[in-house]
Design a protein around this ligand. Structure first.
Ligand code: MG
Length: 241
């Protein structure tokens, strides 16, 4: 299944695929956190007079929270929020999220990280999140694999996903890697678009309610139904190199 994907990738890349780092998205890839984020978004936006559905939260996933707030306020309230006002609404959302049960790490994540390390590749995380408590939890949960230098968050970039900036920053922070040296693992349409725009080999993991086409249409080079299945197929990918 990787043969065609790599061939397709190489057809558009400046250099052939030669991976040295895997950049994981956080929510919906490492943590089963999207249902909680969806509920928190809906509650917070409603409080400020905006209509935001669970579908909206999946469609906007990966974008910087303040960008999402600003865009919906303009669209629905015809209001230009200041950065401060947008941040306040985003923090309301973050506060609701933290009252909810701690989301679990997806089955297969730790196995996959061990295999990546055994293959001699580095690991990084690239998230649109600006929730400091979540980023701290990430560092605690994955301290075997990650240091703060390998994590790119909303605080590191001006433009969030679907802009390529987060993944380009992730490549740089992980060790000044070129796009063809990176593998992006994403669950969200905007995140896949960002990985593809950064010209990385982009693997979609469809852990949510969207159809596979929502991810494939954004240019994902291959797709798995879960991180567990990706972990079980890691050797196959390495065998192609
Ligand atoms: Mg995600």
């Amino acid at each position: 299944m990787f043969t065609t994907a790599i061939k397709d990738y190489n057809a558009t890349s400046a250099q052939p695929f030669a991976p040295r780092v895997v950049l994981f998205d956080m929510d919906g890839v490492l943590y089963d956190s999207m249902p909680n984020h969806a509920k928190a978004w809906q509650r917070a936006m409603k409080e400020y007079g905006m209509h935001f559905t669970a579908e909206d939260s999946y469609a906007t996933e990966g974008a910087r929270g303040v960008e999402t707030v600003t865009r919906y306020a303009k669209m629905q309230l015809d209001k230009d929020l200041t950065e401060e006002e947008a941040e306040h609404i985003y923090q309301t959302k973050a506060a609701y999220f933290h009252t909810m049960e701690t989301p679990k790490i997806f089955d297969g994540v730790v196995d996959l990280m061990r295999k990546i390390r055994e293959s001699g590749l580095r690991i990084g995380v690239v998230t649109g999140s600006g929730q400091r408590a979540l980023i701290q939890r990430l560092l605690n949960d994955f301290d075997e694999f990650l240091t703060i230098e390998q994590v790119t968050t909303a605080f590191d970039v001006k433009r969030g996903k679907p802009n390529p900036e987060p993944y380009l920053t992730g490549l740089r922070k992980a060790g000044n890697f070129a796009p063809w040296e990176g593998i992006v693992v994403e669950n969200a349409p905007l995140g896949v678009r960002a990985g593809v725009a950064a010209k990385c080999f982009t693997i979609a993991v469809n852990s949510g309610p969207l159809p596979d086409t929502a991810l494939l249409d954004e240019g994902a080079h291959t797709l798995f139904p879960s991180i567990r299945v990706l972990a079980d197929n890691w050797e196959q990918l390495m065998a192609q190199l």
